[in-house]
Write a protein that binds this ligand. Structure first.
Ligand code: SF4
Length: 97
């Protein structure tokens, strides 16, 4: 995942750090910054929630080609998310009774 923080837009509300404290923190001036080693989100499912929680839309989160990436769905998105191949195996029918 590629996370962006628009430092010119951030107002230091801190919602990102409250929502995903393992990934976001605030610098000495109160503006959002990523925790060291968490520049890719660290697999946290809360990064998307943090982006939604930001009142000024300063956070962007884009999926990269990493395996196991969690698809981003917005509220009201009813499109289907492809199931992993392991879950697409045919189901055997039970024998007739
Ligand atoms: S929630 Fe948005 S405005 Fe608040 S600190 Fe985080 S990035 Fe900045």
């Amino acid at each position: 995942m590629r996370i962006g923080i628009d430092k010119d837009t951030c107002i230091g509300a801190g919602q990102c750090a409250l929502t995903a404290p393992d990934v976001f923190t605030q610098d000495d001036d109160g503006y959002s910054t990523l925790r060291p080693g968490r520049e890719d989100g660290g697999g946290s499912a809360l990064v998307r929630e943090a982006a939604r929680a930001c009142p000024v839309g300063a956070i962007t989160a884009e999926e990269t080609e990493d395996a196991g990436a969690v698809p981003f769905r917005t509220p009201g998105d009813t499109s289907r998310v492809p199931r992993p191949a392991a879950l697409r195996a045919p189901v055997e029918k039970p024998p007739p009774v």
